[in-house]
Design a protein around this ligand. Structure first.
Ligand code: APR
Length: 243
C-alpha cells in the first residue's frame, strides 16, 4: 500500500465513524448486527422518542455506557494519535463517534460532533456534565436544579450539531485550501453534515481518501482514493510515512 503522500505543509482533516471503533468491539449502526437493526432510530435517538418513552431510551444508552466500559482503543485510533503528534496544529479530527475512544487513545485535537456518551444534560438547563452512570433499573434521572428530565448528551436525529464545531471545521478547510488532505475512516456517509465534508474538501482543491471495510458505493465514488480494509490494519500502514 502506498503511504499517504504528505508534504511538510499538508493539513489533515480526519472524519471518523463507527467503523474505526468496530475492532474495539463497539457495534456499528447500519448493516447486519448494527445497533439500528434492533432499535428503530426514531425510538431511541430522537427527541420524539425520548418524549414517548424516556425509560426505553435511557435503557438503550445505559447499556451502551455499560458496554463501552469494557472496550479500549485499537491500532486505528493509535495511528491517528501518532499522526497528530507529527502534524500538531496541521491536524484536526472530527468524530461522529460518541464513545470517547479517540481521547482515551491520546488524541487531543478532537471534535465530538455527535456528542459524548459519557456526558448528560438537563433538557432545560442544557449544560453538559460528565456522567458514567447507566441508570439501569433506576427511574429516569431528573435535574436537581429545575426538575426537568436528564438526557444523554448525544446529538439525536433532527437536532443541530454544535455550530462552534462546524465553524472550526470550516475554518480548517478554508485555511488549508489545496494543502488539505481529507481522510474519512469507517463511515457510511449517510448522515449529514458530516457526509458533506468530502465535497467541501474537494471545493478547496484538497485530496480526499476513504478507508472503509465495506465502502458504501455511492459514498466511495466521491473520493479520490479508497482503501478497502479494517482501519486498525490500514491506518498504521497508510500513515506510516508521517509518523
Ligand atoms: N474498519 C473500517 N471500516 C469499518 C470497519 C472496520 N473494522 N467495520 C465496519 N466499517 C465500516 C462499514 O463498512 C461502514 O461503512 O464502517 C461504516 C459504519 O457505518 P455506520 O454504521 O453507518 O456508522 P457511521 O457512518 O458512523 O454513522 C453515522 O449515523 O446513526 C447515526 O449518529 C449516528 O454517528 C452515527 C451516524
Amino acid at each position: 500500500m502506498t503511504p499517504l503522500p504528505l508534504r511538510p505543509d499538508s493539513r489533515v482533516l480526519v472524519l471518523t465513524g463507527a467503523g474505526i471503533s468496530a475492532e474495539s468491539g463497539v457495534p456499528t449502526f447500519r448493516g447486519a448486527g448494527g445497533l439500528w437493526e434492533g432499535h428503530p432510530v426514531t425510538e431511541v435517538a430522537s427527541p420524539e422518542g425520548f418524549d414517548a418513552d424516556p425509560a426505553l431510551v435511557w435503557r438503550f444508552y445505559g447499556e451502551r455506557r455499560q458496554a463501552r466500559k469494557t472496550v479500549a482503543p485499537n491500532p486505528g485510533h493509535r495511528a491517528l494519535v501518532a499522526l497528530e503528534h507529527a502534524l500538531g496544529d496541521r491536524f484536526l479530527l472530527a468524530t461522529q463517534n460518541v464513545d470517547g475512544l479517540h481521547r482515551e487513545a491520546g488524541s487531543q485535537r478532537v471534535l465530538a460532533i455527535h456528542g459524548e456518551l459519557f456526558e448528560s444534560k438537563c433538557e432545560r438547563c442544557r449544560v453538559p456534565f460528565p456522567d458514567e452512570r447507566t441508570y439501569l433499573g433506576e427511574p429516569v434521572p431528573v435535574c436537581p436544579t429545575c426538575g426537568q428530565r436528564i438526557r444523554v448528551n448525544v446529538v439525536w436525529f433532527g437536532e443541530m450539531l454544535d455550530p462552534k464545531h462546524l465553524r472550526q471545521i470550516d475554518r480548517f478547510i478554508a485555511e488549508a485550501g489545496n494543502r488539505l488532505v481529507f481522510l474519512a475512516v469507517g463511515t457510511s456517509g449517510l448522515v449529514y453534515p458530516a457526509a458533506g465534508l468530502v465535497d467541501s474538501a474537494k471545493q478547496v482543491g484538497g485530496t480526499t481518501v476513504l478507508v472503509d471495510l465495506a465502502p458504501n458505493r455511492e459514498h466511495a465514488r466521491r473520493f479520490d482514493r479508497v482503501e478497502v480494509g479494517k482501519s486498525g490494519e490500514v491506518l498504521p500502514r497508510l500513515l506510516a510515512a508521517a509518523q
